[in-house]
Design a binder for this molecule. Sequence first.
Ligand code: FES
Ligand code: MG
Length: 579
Amino acid sequence: MTEEARGTGRRSRAWFGARGRGGMLYRSWMRNQGFGHEVFDGRPVIGIAVSASELAPCNTHLTGVAEAVQRGVWQSGGFPLRFPTMATGETLMRPTAMLYRNLMAMEVEELIRANPLDGVVLLSGCDKTTPAMLMGAASVDLPALMVTGGPMLNGKYRGRDVGSGTHVWKFEEDLKTGRMTEEESHVAEGCMARSSGHCMTMGTASTMACAAEALGMQLPGSAAWPAVDSRRMETAQAAGRRIVRMVEEGLRPSAILTREAFENAIRVNAAIGGSTNAIIHLTALAGRVGVDLDPEDFDALARAVPTLVNLMPSGRYLMEDFCYAGGLPAVMAELLRGGLLHGERITVTGRGVAENVAGAERVDPDVITGLDAPFQPAGNGTAVLRGNLCPDGAVIKQSAASPHLLTHRGPARVFDSPEEYHRVADDPELDVDENTVLVIRNAGPKGYPGMPEVSNVPLPAKLLKAGVTDMVRVCDGRMSGTGYGTVVLHVAPEAAVGGPLALVRNGDPIVLDVPNRTLRLEVDDAELRRRRATWRAPAEEHTGGYTWLYTRHVEQADKGADFDFLRGCRGYDVPRDSH
Ligand code: FES
Ligand code: MG
């Protein structure tokens, strides 16, 4: 490293390069970890943000990944410092991990800015941890590189591949219909999660790992290595080496996260059959870097892109297969071949997308299909709907829906909460048939609060028993990326803020027309105005604490459900001295 690169331009110098009492204070306490004085010579100080927690099982192994990153940073002449962040574990957190995504993003942002860091490596895994870290880092705009923790090995149960998440829904149906016993389900649970890592379906974690790679924020190929594959550690080490160079080059998220990068990520999301949650997270991230993304951008950009990847929940394979089949570089190379990506977009490698994936090969064309014979044709991705029931949009994942329900007219059966539905779902007398449209409301960002993944409620037991496999459901909440069904999600504005969903009554006809991108309530405007006049907002439940802050500042789904006051980038200026 040249003397100049060690120069005073680096923000860590404000701490470790300081003279007198101040500098002593900053350095001395660090020495208790056994660092010699030489680490304060002006080399880039690299923070490694580690979202490991035993409460977030998808992220527990990140401590080991952090060590590999650390090795890489030392190798490149940097000074690595690990620090923990909160971990929004999808499976345990109530009422939903999504409630805490913004809190985690805020924490990551503040930790980076408040400390003597010149660059940061972000270690994430479970669904919300990836967007939270990207959002936080983008709002600081110091050089940042993401390393996701990788998927679990394929689940294996009685000779079959089972996918985390996706098979939870299937096993639940098996339990309800008596095809599986309680004891068998306990064995199956263990078979589904047999190694470290995040969900190995193309759920939200895999989707966001791929999104991070497609955006250019993680090294090519990183998304797919299984968590326990030694090459994940190799990649982590490479990331450690690379971040030091990024600091020297001054390569910041703002240079990477451009409109074109988001367009790439949206198209890649369509090609991998990614989670609907990507829409929310990418929109929120875009808001941090001043890129305007509308719900319609997702629909319009994805329309030309066929689904190339045959993974659960839309297909049959899992992330381990995806990795061996060539991983995301193979998908991106194929999309580039079809002129569907911006190949010049710069990434964390310092090179463009096209250069990154040159030579990537589709090793197993059954798992990663080609544009000529895609797994699913273009136009089958996530559709964005508008209409008098969702003036600010709603989404439906067509590939996870039943084709015969994509145009449907049926009477609404309204539930004011998911719990209200669950209480009666098994009632043999429930007044529904397969044409009914189940409306589940008050599950939006403000209403639940936190916009949980409750929208794909299981079908009423009586219909399951009668062999019905799908029904139209309409909800202002989200759906797990591993879920499936004809479910209209993210209805905006949500019911709790007085969106039209709040005005629906039992028996009102609802018309879903996905080919024409509409969702309508067949009730005339005059009647809707009458209903609105008597509508009362739900009583304020939270009088303090984080949830109070959340419900006051969370934006609607079409804006990414970020906090209004967290939009934009607040930079990396060195804060005032502490002593
Ligand atoms: Fe963590 Fe699925 S629960 S990734
Ligand atoms: Mg999830």
